[in-house]
Design a protein around this ligand. Sequence first.
Ligand code: FE2
Ligand code: FE2
Length: 192
Amino acid sequence: MTLWRIKADVEATFAGDSERKAHVYGVLATALQLARIHKIDKRKAAMAALLHDMTKHCSQEVHKRMIVRHYKEEVLNEYAPPLYHAFSAAVFAYERYGIDDQDLLRSIESHTIGREAMTPLEKIVFISDYIEPNRPYEACKRVRKIAFENLDKAVYQAMDNSIRLFEEEGGFIPDAAYKAREYYQERGKANG
Ligand SMILES: [Fe+2]
Ligand SMILES: [Fe+2]
């Protein structure tokens, strides 16, 4: 039943933002495709996809209040404010629906910049957010192609593209993003 409650909340939350709603359903469709191909729990993939941006519209104050209820305060310094919504969405999932599956919560939490040693569920949510059909940028086309064949390579490519873009824009890039990219670069070398 939780899935239906989440869907109803997505509809209500993004009633006035058709672009964001289309993005969320794009992530859902992509995550389900990837889950089928890579043999990952489809229900969990659907829940994480629907929930990943649920707090996107909240103010910085709301994000902060939610985050400090469940994470160390350092999270606020280690991650840039545009990334707070990933943590607050995980808090929302736990507090509103009682979701306590750590893999599911983690996949919401790491959807923006990823992290080292992600689980298969985390990888597909991370990649789906990057390649869903409404994403307009050219760079994700290559990731789209490889995501169905090799998750780790797709993760690396998405991380590398994002970091380069943030660097060009002069934005704050958390250490965790560089560490994660290095991890998947090494994995790519190890696996040829
Ligand atoms: Fe997001
Ligand atoms: Fe998203």
